[in-house]
Design a binder for this molecule. Structure first.
Ligand code: AR6
Length: 196
């Protein structure tokens, strides 16, 4: 796939990839606890909140998060908007509300492109705010039904492409996977991209 990178293991044994001046790492847990400058939410096009990651982030950030998203009036699928983090404690200062596609096998290629662009726009918004570390959940792989083994390399590759360009404020991209099984899928995808 042609992106120069080194596969390593972090001190905690978790797989990590070094791309340019940046790192991509994987952890299992609740994204609200990520302690990164920015946290990405798997939102919907109305930005009106919901279940899954969206519910967890809104609960932690408090009702002011709705006030912060309301002026946008929604967000297109495959895109994202960035707001403050409400009551989520520092160092988290921003929430990126990314809208992934609802998966359908019949529209696989289109869904893949939309998932990729949701990640790309999220990372660009982080650059605009001089964010150094950002945490992503596995966007679209819950309620929206994107098969995680298909989504993982798309998400990881978007992050790798972003970091390899250099001169980036983003230096650390963390994928926070909710279950051990999801972490395993992302670990395998990262390992195979690292060999590419
Ligand atoms: N931290 C990290 N990952 C989580 C957490 C958490 N606290 N909670 C769930 N996940 P989903 P989608 C994982 O459904 O598929 C919402 O209602 C989960 O296991 O949250 O993009 C929105 O409002 C899965 O792997 O997001 C939209 O309407 C991943 O996060 C819709 O769901 C994504 O699952 C978006 O669906």
């Amino acid at each position: 796939m042609g992106i120069a990178c080194t596969f390593e293991r972090a001190e905690d044994g978790m797989p990590e990839i070094v791309v340019g001046a940046g790192r991509i790492r994987l952890v299992q847990g609740d994204i609200v606890q990520a302690k990164t400058d920015a946290i990405v939410n798997a939102a919907n096009a109305s930005l009106a909140g919901g279940g899954g990651v969206d519910g967890a982030i809104h609960r932690a950030a408090g009702p002011e998060l709705y006030e912060l998203t309301r002026p946008f009036g929604g967000c297109a699928t495959g895109s994202a908007v960035i707001t403050g983090a409400g009551r989520i404690p520092l160092p988290t200062r921003f929430i990126v509300h990314a809208v992934g596609p609802r998966y359908s096998t019949a529209r696989d290629a289109e869904c893949a492109a939309l998932l990729r662009s949701a990640h790309e726009v999220s990372l660009r918004l982080c650059e605009e705010k001089a964010v150094e570390s950002v945490a992503f959940p596995a966007i679209s792989t819950g309620v929206y039904g994107f098969p995680i083994a298909r989504a993982a390399p798309i998400a990881l590759q978007a992050a790798m492409e972003h970091l390899k360009a250099g001169e980036r404020s983003v230096k650390r991209v963390v994928f926070v996977l909710f279950t051990p099984a999801d972490l395993q899928v992302f670990s395998e995808a990262l390992a195979s991209l690292g060999q590419g």
